[in-house]
Design a protein around this ligand. Structure first.
Ligand code: 13P
Length: 243
């Protein structure tokens, strides 16, 4: 069984004062039985050096350095104290036109810097309603995951775009169908696919976490809004510990 992972994506939220939330989380889950990852804005990564939790970036450039104003490289994230980076989040795909090929290049850049890539995929509402969810997932998996992926350097996050920040969550059967499908697709390409962690993301809260974590092939969650406050993230971590 893969080691479970509770990941928080703070997105473009948080200033230094908000790091107190990590201290509160440490008080409750300092020696949690699951892995805990926090992805704060890049400006806060170096300020997280005292936390026991893993820290991740939310994006990286495909190159390790150079004339790319405003961008951050995987090497820089590692230097600042990160051990993970999100790649291909749907907000990056939408806001910045990131294609599967770009996501694969960013994930490879993460490996080259010694970071674990959390590669995000997921269908839109139109794709879900059009019945193309699994073929969209197939295309994203095939195009976004580098050949060098292993269970050590890669986590997959399934985040239906229509469930992100909306309060809408797929049924447990829908989550189970996609996660089982992802596992099978990974197994076709990677020898250690059974150990690769597959997270669910999209409106995960304390009230629905236990049910979601009971679905086969759900190895944890990638949490947005409910990761910002320790009081909201804590019950999700507890549910994962008990799953
Ligand atoms: P919410 O948990 O706010 O729906 O966000 C999910 C997400 O996009 C995490 O990366």
């Amino acid at each position: 069984m893969p080691r479970k992972l509770a990941a928080g994506n703070w997105k473009m939220n948080g200033q230094r004062a908000n790091l107190v939330e990590l201290q509160k989380l440490e008080d409750k889950h300092g020696d949690a039985g699951v892995d805990i990852l926090i992805c704060p804005p890049a400006t806060l990564i170096s300020g997280c050096e005292d936390t026991p939790f893993d820290i991740g970036g939310q994006d990286c450039h495909v190159n390790q350095s150079g004339a790319h104003t405003g961008d951050v490289s995987a090497d820089m994230l590692a230097d600042a104290g990160a051990s993970y980076v999100l790649t291909g989040h749907s907000e990056r795909r939408t806001d910045h036109g990131e294609t599967d090929a770009i996501v694969a290049a960013k994930s490879q850049a993460a490996y080259d810097a010694g970071l674990i890539a959390v590669i995000c995929i997921g269908e839109t509402l139109a794709e879900r309603e059009g019945g193309t969810t699994l073929s969209v997932i197939d295309t994203q998996l095939a195009g976004s995951i580098p050949a060098a992926a292993t269970a050590e350097n890669t986590v997959i996050a399934y985040e239906p775009v229509w469930a992100i920040g909306t309060g809408k969550v797929p049924t447990l059967d829908q989550i189970g169908e996609v996660h089982a499908h992802i596992r099978k697709q990974l197994a076709d390409r990677f020898d250690d696919a059974d150990e690769m962690r597959i997270l669910y993301g999209g409106s995960v809260k304390g009230s629905n976490a236990a049910d979601i974590f009971g679905v086969p092939h759900v190895d944890g969650a990638l949490v947005g809004g409910a990761s910002l406050k320790a009081d909201d993230f804590s019950p999700i971590i507890s549910a994962l510990e008990q799953a």
